[in-house]
Design a protein around this ligand. Structure first.
Ligand SMILES: Nc1ncnc2c1ncn2[C@@H]1O[C@H](COP(=O)(O)OP(=O)(O)OP(=O)(O)O)[C@@H](O)[C@H]1O
Ligand SMILES: [Mg+2]
Length: 318
């Protein structure tokens, strides 16, 4: 059942569902669509757009984006994964072709016209986000990367408002999803800035090893600057300890350091080192398709419980 309702501060909104304890409302401003849910305690944004960011390479960003996305979809949440990394690891992890070969070089076997449309065409204004979405299952959609994305930073250099291109694109489909996750490259350049400007929160995976916090201060400063200039709603949704080995003294010491530094911001769930998580991408599978009984599947399910129930539900009005 739906109908129109007027909200003093929000303009006119279309009332979509009416449940016992919570009412969801789709707010339509020109070009911007948000879903708000009302509970006895207040209202919050239903769609959560989360950027998975750390400029340090190989810390677990892509593994986290893929498997959190898959777990959210398993729980029945409509989820969109966006690969904004020119390396295209999320895309290849899920069996999509980005035009690169195994070395990350342009594939000799592929014609240019065979490379599927990607986030690159969206950033260049050649396609809408909707036109480049592909479905993996009824609840899980993907926007893939392509090797052309590596040129985007330079090519968009002179474009006014270039930091907000992704945000505008996401706003056009936002209301169709419960969660939108963006897998960022290991750099704080224009692509990561676009992700931070579009997101409500950031998950920062950190590897449980020596120098885990290296560069984290710079990342927090960048988040702060994005908050001031482009996106006042942006918050750190959580710091996630990845590839943890509790049997090693170093692993325990690093995890203590991370918790001392970030306190409450660290997710209780820790992603343990698990070989199945490293093997699944070669099969084009998520951990839930590759090995449901692995500790990797267990950990990512626990993380998603935390994300859905806990700190990821920031309220916008009390
Ligand atoms: N918990 C884990 N246990 C074992 N291997 C893991 C785990 N998490 C990730 N890996 C593996 O570690 C490598 C780096 O992980 P991943 O690609 O997710 O990092 P990333 O931060 O996205 O890297 P990049 O910065 O290059 O994008 C991959 O080979 C991945 O399969
Ligand atoms: Mg990655």
């Amino acid at each position: 059942m739906g109908g129109e309702a007027a909200f003093p501060l929000l303009g006119r909104a279309f009332c979509r569902t009416s449940l016992n304890t919570r009412e969801e409302v789709l707010v339509n401003w020109p070009g911007i669509h948000y879903k708000l849910a009302f509970t006895s305690k207040g209202a919050y944004l239903v769609t959560r757009c989360i950027a998975v960011v750390n400029q340090k390479g190989g810390v677990g960003k892509t593994t986290t984006t893929v498997n959190v996305g898959a777990a959210l979809a398993e729980k029945g949440m409509r989820t969109l994964l966006i690969d904004i990394d020119p390396q295209g690891n999320l895309s290849t992890h899920l069996g999509l072709n980005t035009g690169s070969d195994e070395l990350g070089e342009p594939s000799q076997e592929m014609e240019e016209t065979e490379i599927p449309p990607s986030i690159y065409e969206v950033l260049k204004g050649q396609k809408t986000l909707r036109e480049v979405i592909s479905s993996r299952s009824s609840k899980l959609d993907i926007v893939q990367s392509s090797l052309y994305l590596s040129a985007a930073d330079l090519e968009l250099g002179g474009v006014v408002g270039r930091e907000l291109i992704l945000k505008r694109a996401i706003d056009s489909v936002r209301a169709e999803y419960d969660y939108i996750l963006i897998d960022c490259p290991p750099a704080l350049g224009l692509l990561s800035l676009n992700a931070l400007a579009a997101a409500e929160s950031v998950i920062v995976p950190v590897q449980s090893e020596y120098l885990a916090l290296h560069g984290v201060r710079q990342l927090l400063d960048t988040i702060d600057q994005v908050r001031q200039v482009y996106n006042a709603e942006l918050s750190v949704g959580g710091v996630l300890i990845c590839m943890h080995d509790n049997r090693k003294r170093l692993g325990r010491a690093v995890s203590d350091t991370i918790r001392n530094y970030f306190g409450e911001l660290v997710f209780s769930t820790v992603i343990r080192q698990n070989v199945a998580l490293a093997e699944a991408p070669a099969q084009g599978q998520t951990i839930f398709e590759y090995s449901t009984r692995s500790t990797g599947a267990e950990d990512y399910l626990a993380l998603v419980e935390e994300i859905v129930d806990g700190k990821e539900k920031s309220r916008i009005c009390a």
